[in-house]
Design a protein around this ligand. Sequence first.
Ligand code: 13P
Ligand code: SF4
Length: 354
Amino acid sequence: SPSDPDLVERARAAKAKLGDKVFVLGHHYQRDEVIQFADVTGDSFKLARDAAARPEAEYIVFCGVHFMAESADILTSDDQKVVLPDLAAGCSMADMATAEQVAECWDVLTEAGVAEQVVPVSYMNSSADIKAFTGRHGGTICTSSNARRALEWAFEQGEKVLFLPDQHLGRNTAVRDMGMSLEDCVLYNPHKPNGGLTAEQLRDAKMILWRGHCSVHGRFSLESVEDVRARIPGVNVLVHPECRHEVVAAADHVGSTEYIIKALEAAPAGSKWAIGTELNLVRRLANRFAPEGKEIVFLDKTVCFCSTMNRIDLPHLVWTLESLAEGKLVNRIEVDEETEAYAKLALERMLALP
Ligand code: 13P
Ligand code: SF4
């Protein structure tokens, strides 16, 4: 949707008034009307790294979802305030692993006699509580751009990995990138007693995958890959690793949002691409690269936006910036001290990965 010129002007004026006091971060899945005001854009790894890039900024306005804002709070100094323009911008995947469920899972692993061999690896897309659990048990955080390195590191520390909450990123990385077999992976279902697994299954497994998924990427199917290949001869299929295993296995290239952008920047004129990730990003890339003669289509006509990413819209951004410009702190995201200390351990292990 075209941005309302009045709101664009108000956002510009409020941001100018705030000057160096505000630093706006924007995830690649944000709407065009919002991303135009970001000082930095990126995938979740880049944004975690860049959050601390402006220590002089009093406010960090995070245009993304809740877990990203929490991570930014953890990684920045205590006097910097992280603000999420709409508090309802959560992530359905992150919500699939609660602190209680994960504590219970650890009890199940202990009971089965395997906990000592297990290193937790948690996807960035998780609450600060889950990150703290990970740090407390010697594990690391990963994103879609460093999951392989995180798993390699984890298997140097222990024999098994508990990967949470995205089963697909865990499975895809283990099988596609690291040569494990599907049989090396078991699925822990937090809604079943003992995760639906026997002690023997837990003892035999290398990867214990949490039964979580992304509702947006989970909708791409093998059929969508086959259809697009039939429709567009010579098309390159490029998907995000949050897609299901059979989709990733049928694709030509797999990578994070930042990887997707770089791949399209490097693509030759005349090449054709079908992209399996969130629609705001795919549409922006299709428009950006059309003049260079690169044809970019969305992998599946029925899959749409990430509804929570989309909650951050121009009216929310204007309200946030104008409030801050008037000295009114709104929608602060603040992780409590103890959670922060352990979560930071896990995040710093990720930032230190080779
Ligand atoms: P990346 O930006 O790390 O690829 O992650 C995608 C995502 O789903 C963020 O919520
Ligand atoms: Fe969460 Fe999926 Fe949306 Fe990313 S795209 S924020 S994983 S629901």
